[in-house]
Ligand binder design. Sequence first.
Ligand code: FES
Length: 181
Amino acid sequence: MSDYKCTLWPSGEVLTINGEENLLTQFKKAGKKIKSSCGGCASCGDCMIVVKSGELNLTPQTFEELRLLGNVFHITKERLSCQTKITGDVTLDITAHDRSTTNTQASGPKSTTTILKKREEVVKAVRENEEKNREKPSDDWYRHWENEGDDPSKPKKLGGGKKPKAFTYSESEDSDKKDND
Ligand code: FES
């Protein structure tokens, strides 16, 4: 019989796990709740566990597991429990599947408070802007040129009316230039 010790982190609970079946099945047999949507065919990624120690005592990643998680185990230390068997003693973290832990860690109330606070700030800023706009005379811009001192009965000068200089050309100037060259 290939039974090994599996220590759960951080509780320190020790389970005896059979190395002939995958961890998902073994955890379920031991009464541990592990999320799984695809039934163990490596397509959902829900059954992820974190390896705390003894990573060499796990079977190598299957093609399906690598396809889903990528080749980043050395960084994330995550494995799919439905694709992993153990070949020695290991320490694993399955707290992500523990509903009571997940609920206490959930940042629901905190984030809600933050969102409400932000919303209050936004509402306050909007009201301040509205008050500022109310203080301004609303018809300030309307026919504003009449308030600038010009007589509205006279046509306004728009800066045009200048004739361009006539173009003059004399052959004598041109011949002088050629002589200088
Ligand atoms: S149960 Fe879906 S990937 Fe393992």
